[in-house]
Design a protein around this ligand. Structure first.
Ligand code: FRU
Length: 525
């Protein structure tokens, strides 16, 4: 071979190696993905390119956590929905797989769930290969355009190769539309007490519970929620599961999630939860106060993984329909929250659902600073970092409020852009203020208000945790009793944390700041 031919060959092989590592972007032919684009999350799940919304079909099987998601592969705004797919062995590192479900003549593939049919009740498995079954909403846009109400119905697909290839069930739809314009987002689970599958489905202003012996024939059992809970928008993406009460051994309660858009307490989309009992037929809400799984703006349509033993793990779409399609990211749009472990407590007179980042995330953190016993007053105490370190970080704090009227944690960049987290022990107000957090000209509502919740019980000392990942801050107050998740678009990396107390002093018992590793292009150790 001539020298130039050998040289040419070497160049081709080298080029191929590079492009395996750095995926080509679907649009803008010459664009190469680095995963270092402005605002690109480094340890949250985001699609390589294009539009994503709700998490779908979350199921665990044979060492893999499956994450399907609402995906539009042709653009980074919403369009005809597909199910994108990724798997992880540790909930932290994700392998991005080909699209699992494509729209067909019955419609777009809207949100839904997946279960492992371990006893092959559906008969769709093969010996030694139980089927993974996806149950989703078909949304027929042609019928919708014709003004018809019956445009959403439920379909099913199955896979006997661990979710790698899918076959749509030949007799779809498995649940036809009963004449309701919003009839979607089936969450299916196995109910051991009655030996049946349960489907929890959102139907406009209520949820419907259906049962089935085989995932193919569904019977309506009951309805819940007309005139109960929040009704500022349409009900979507429910979930239903049982949890032990962590501080009351022997007691178990049922938790019902209902996402609502708009109508969340801080504007736009949000997810309420109801605590009660469920007997396989009907849900009985045992409280009257409306509770939300997150009091920030950006945690929607979240549900939990099925088939995980002894843990209830949640993931939400980290955005809000109020502005999701115009946030300044390219060539992808949207990320998920970190996976969160849920636990239920009885505190005061109330059940409280706590959510905390899964412990698997700890493998990404490296300690940067650890300090203890710092008194803070109005002058405050400041920690400064290299931007890159704080921009992808975790902060843990143990604080006593002493006689302070307000504690403020300010995270800022050299351009003076800041996000503030605050707590007023007297009134119980806990808030996130992103009004000056960075770029916000893409939507008039984005930076227009402070997001807050009033904490019921009196707090003197709390543990808090904060996850910062380029364009998001997730704040977990009082060991996850209150979560606030907010997107931010700072025009330079945040590099400073300042903690202040107003009208009195507070005491930081301990504070640790960790930098977090990127998960892009790395597989689980
Ligand atoms: C919630 C939702 C679901 C629907 C899907 C469509 O964000 O509106 O109700 O199935 O998104 O993408």
């Amino acid at each position: 071979m001539k020298t130039f031919q050998i040289l040419f060959l070497i160049l081709v092989v080298a080029g191929m190696a590079v492009s395996c590592n750095r995926q080509k972007v679907g649009f803008g032919n010459s664009e190469v993905l680095t995963y270092q684009e402005p605002y690109r999350p480094q340890f949250h799940f985001s699609p390589a390119v294009n539009w994503m919304n709700d998490p779908n079909g979350m199921v665990y099987y044979d060492g893999e956590f499956h994450l399907f998601y609402q995906y539009y592969p042709d653009s980074n705004v919403w369009g005809p929905m597909h199910w994108g797919h990724a798997v992880s062995r540790d909930l932290v590192h994700w392998q991005h797989l080909p699209i699992a479900l494509y729209p067909d003549s019955l419609g777009y593939i809207f949100s839904g769930s997946a279960v492992m049919d371990l006893n092959n009740t559906s008969g769709l498995g093969e010996p030694g290969k139980p089927p993974m079954i996806a149950i989703f909403t078909y949304h027929n846009q042609n019928l919708r355009k014709m003004g018809r109400d019956d445009c959403e119905y439920q379909g099913m697909a199955y896979s006997i190769d661990k979710g790698r290839t899918w076959v749509k069930y030949k007799n779809n739809p498995v649940l036809p539309n009963p004449g309701l314009p919003d009839f979607r987002d089936p969450k299916v689970s196995w109910h051991a007490g009655t030996g049946k599958w349960i489907m929890t489905l959102a139907a406009g202003d209520h949820v419907c519970f259906y049962t089935s012996p085989d995932l193919k024939k569904w019977k309506l059992e009951s309805e819940f929620g007309k005139k109960l809970g929040a009704h500022g928008g349409v009900w979507e993406c429910p979930d239903l599961f049982e949890l032990p009460v962590a501080n009351d051994s022997g007691t178990r309660k049922w938790v019902l999630f209902v996402s609502i858009n708009p109508g969340a307490p801080n504007g736009g989309s949000g997810t309420q939860y109801f605590i009660g009992s469920f007997d396989g037929h009907a849900f009985n809400w045992e409280e009257s106060k409306i509770k939300w799984i997150d009091y920030g703006m950006d945690n929607y349509a979240g549900v939990t993984w099925s088939n995980v033993e002894k843990r209830r793990i949640f993931l939400g779409w980290m955005s809000n329909w109020a502005y999701a399609q115009v946030v300044p990211t390219h060539p992808w749009r949207s990320a998920m929250t970190v996976p969160r472990e849920l636990s239920l407590f009885f505190i005061g007179n109330d059940y409280l659902l706590k959510s905390n980042p899964v412990k698997e995330l700890d493998q990404l953190s490296t300690l940067l600073v650890s300090k203890e016993n710092i008194s803070v007053d109005a002058k405050g105490t400041e920690l400064n970092f290299n931007g890159a370190e704080l921009a992808v970080s975790k902060v843990k704090m143990d604080v006593s409020f002493e006689n302070a009227e307000e504690l403020i944690i300010e995270i800022s960049n050299p351009k003076g852009q800041e996000i503030k987290l605050g707590y007023k022990p007297g009134s119980g107000e806990l808030y996130v203020n992103r009004t000056k957090a960075g770029k916000s000209d893409f939507d008039t509502t984005f930076a227009s208000r402070i997001h807050q919740v009033v904490v019921g019980q009196k707090m003197e000392r709390v543990l808090m945790e904060m996850l910062i990942d380029k364009s998001s801050v997730e704040f977990f107050f009082d060991e996850g009793a209150y979560a606030l998740t907010d997107l931010v678009f700072p025009e330079a990396d945040y590099n400073s944390i300042k903690i202040q107390a107003r009208s009195g002093e507070a005491h930081i018992n301990t504070i640790q700041v960790y930098t977090m590793q990127s998960v892009w292009n790395k597989s689980a150790p």
